[in-house]
Write a protein that binds this ligand. Structure first.
Ligand code: GDG
Length: 469
C-alpha cells in the first residue's frame, strides 16, 4: 500500500516553507511512510491544456506538482477557498462573500487536480486528501475512473448548519463530500456539526448509529482525529537550539525580563487584535509590570492578496504602534511585533525560553502552536500556556489557562496569573499536558487515520519507522 497525500500546496524539504499547520502534519506523515505528495506548485502556466505534472524524488517520497493558470488559481485560492470557505467554516459570516464565478474556478481547479492525479495512481494506493481547498476532489476522482479508498481530513472547524447554509452551494459541496470513504475532523464538535448538517439536508435516516452517512449505495465513515505534534523531536530541537545565534540574541535582548510570546500566521482567526488590546489592558491594570516583561509577537504574512488580510495587517500595525507610543520607555519596548518567518528549530528555542505562551485564536480547528509551546518547555522550569477555549486544542490541553479570546479582561488576568504562577504549579500543569501530548502525537494521528481508512491494507503496509518512535 502506497500513501498518496493531496493538498493545495506541497512542501519540498530544504526549500523555504511557508508557515502553516497543514504542511507540518502532512510532512510528518510523508517522512514516516514515504509515498507520493501531490499539489499545486505555486507557479503559473498560460493554458490549462499545457499542464504536465513535475515529479521530484527525495528520500523515497515523490513530490508531484502542477502549475495552474494564474487567473483560475487566484479565483480558486484567494476567492472561493480563502474568501468564502475559510471565513465561513470559521463562522465569520461578516467576512464571508460568495461569487458564482469563484466557485466555478474552485470546481475547475479540483477537476484539474483529479485529471492530473488519476494517471499517477496505482490500484492499491491509499489516497488522503487535505482540507477545504479540495472538498469536491473525491467526486472528481471517481469521474476520472479512480476506485481507490479515498479519505479526507478537515484541518479547520466544521460550523453549525445554520452558518453553513449561508453558502448557496452548500448542498452540492456536502453531496460531493459523500464521495470520500472516510471524513476526519479535529474535534467531536466538528464531526457532530457535519452529521447535523447531513441530517438537515437529507433526513435522519442517512446517519447511522456509528456516525456513517449512507446515500445512494455509498457509505462514508466519519471520525475524530485530533492532530498532534512530534513531541520527541520538539523536546530535542528546543533544547539544542538554545545554543543558536538567533536564540541567544533574543535571550540577550530580554535583559533578564520574562518573555511572553505569540506565534501566529497573520490571520483574523488568530485573535491578534483582541490579544493586543488585552495586553494594553494588562499594562494599565498592572503598572508594576511595565518595564518588567517583554511581549514578542511573531506574525509571518499569509494570504497577503486577500483584502481582509491586508486590512488586518494595517490594523495590527496601528494597534502595536499605539501601545508602544503610550507605554514605551527609552529602555523598553512593550510589544516587539515581527512580520517575519523564523526557522522551525529557532522558534522552538524561543518557546523554550518563554515564560508565557499566548495562543488566543477567536476560532481554530486545532492550533499546533499551543501544542508546540508545551512540548518545547524545560520540564524543570516550564512556561505557562494561555489558551483560547475556542481552539480545538483546548479539548485536550485542559491544564492551560483557558480564556475566552473575546474577553480582553480575562486574557489580561491570565497574563498576570501566568507571570506569577509558582514553580510547583507550573511543573504540575506541564507534566499533565505532556502526558496528553504524548498519548496523541503526530505519528498516532496519521496511523489512526490511515488505519480507519483501510484497516486491511494498513496492516499489510509497514511504515518506514514505527509509529510513535
Ligand atoms: C491549520 C488550522 C490546525 C508559524 N510561524 C512560523 C512557523 N509557524 C508554524 C507553527 C505551526 C504552524 O506554522 C501553524 O499551525 P497552526 O495549527 O497554529 O495554524 P494554521 O496554519 O492555521 O493550521 C489549525 C492546523 O492546520 C493543522 O491541522 O491546527 O487549526 O488552521 O507549526 O510552528 N513555522 C516556521 N516559521 C515561522 O515563522 N518555520
Amino acid at each position: 500500500m502506497r500513501l498518496v497525500n493531496v493538498s493545495n500546496r506541497i512542501t519540498i524539504p530544504r526549500r523555504a516553507a511557508a508557515p502553516g499547520g497543514l504542511a507540518v502534519g502532512v510532512l510528518a506523515a510523508m517522512r514516516a511512510r514515504g509515498g507520493l505528495w501531490f499539489g499545486a506548485s505555486g507557479d503559473c502556466v498560460a493554458n490549462a491544456a499545457d499542464i504536465t505534472p513535475k515529479l521530484l524524488e527525495r528520500d523515497r517520497v515523490t513530490y508531484a506538482t502542477i502549475d495552474v493558470p494564474e487567473e483560475l488559481y487566484t479565483a480558486y485560492y484567494n476567492g472561493f477557498a480563502n474568501g468564502t470557505l475559510w471565513p465561513l467554516l470559521h463562522s465569520f459570516l461578516g467576512t464571508f462573500h460568495y461569487s458564482a464565478s469563484e466557485y466555478q474556478a474552485y470546481d475547475a481547479v479540483n477537476s484539474l487536480f483529479a485529471c492530473h492525479l488519476a494517471p499517477l495512481l496505482t490500484d492499491t494506493d491509499l489516497v488522503w486528501v487535505h482540507d477545504y481547498h479540495l472538498l469536491p476532489l473525491a467526486h472528481k476522482l471517481h469521474d476520472a475512473g479512480v476506485r481507490n479508498r479515498i479519505g479526507f481530513f478537515l484541518h479547520i472547524p466544521f460550523p453549525p448548519y445554520d452558518v453553513l447554509r449561508a453558502l448557496p452551494v452548500c448542498p452540492q459541496l456536502m453531496r460531493s463530500l459523500l464521495s470520500f470513504d472516510l471524513l476526519g475532523f479535529q474535534t467531536q464538535g466538528d464531526r457532530l456539526n457535519f452529521l447535523a448538517t447531513a441530517t438537515a439536508l437529507w433526513g435522519e435516516t442517512v446517519v447511522g448509529s456509528d456516525g456513517a452517512v449512507a446515500m445512494a449505495g455509498r457509505r462514508t465513515m466519519t471520525g475524530v482525529f485530533p492532530i498532534g505534534v512530534d513531541v520527541a523531536d520538539i523536546e530535542k530541537s528546543s533544547a539544542e537550539s538554545l545554543k543558536s545565534t538567533s536564540v541567544k540574541q533574543m535571550q540577550a535582548g530580554l535583559l533578564g525580563m520574562p518573555l511572553m510570546i505569540g506565534v501566529d500566521r497573520l490571520d483574523y482567526s488568530k485573535g491578534l487584535l483582541e490579544r493586543f488590546a488585552a495586553y494594553r489592558e494588562f499594562l494599565e491594570v498592572h503598572p508594576e509590570q511595565q518595564r518588567r516583561v517583554v511581549y514578542v509577537q511573531i506574525a509571518p504574512l499569509s494570504r497577503a492578496d486577500v483584502r481582509a488580510y491586508a486590512e488586518l495587517r494595517a490594523a495590527l500595525e496601528q494597534s502595536a504602534g499605539r501601545t508602544n507610543g503610550v507605554f514605551a520607555a527609552t529602555d523598553w519596548t512593550p510589544i516587539r511585533y515581527l512580520n517575519r518567518n523564523f526557522p522551525r528549530n529557532v522558534l522552538m528555542g524561543f518557546f523554550r525560553m518563554a515564560r508565557v505562551g499566548l495562543v488566543t485564536p477567536v476560532r481554530d480547528g486545532m492550533n499546533l502552536v499551543a501544542k508546540e509551546f508545551v512540548a518545547a518547555q524545560d520540564p524543570d522550569d516550564p512556561g505557562v500556556l494561555v489558551l483560547s477555549s475556542l481552539a480545538g486544542a483546548a479539548v485536550e490541553l485542559e491544564d492551560a489557562l483557558l480564556v475566552n479570546p473575546y474577553d480582553s479582561s480575562a486574557i489580561a488576568r491570565a497574563m498576570q496569573t501566568a507571570l506569577t504562577m509558582p514553580l510547583d504549579e507550573r511543573r504540575a500543569r506541564h507534566r499533565r499536558s505532556m502526558q496528553v501530548l504524548r498519548s496523541n502525537d503526530i505519528h498516532q494521528w496519521h496511523t489512526r487515520f490511515l488505519r480507519a481508512l483501510d484497516p486491511i491494507g494498513f496492516e499489510h503496509a509497514k511504515p518506514r519507522r514505527a509509529a510513535g518512535s
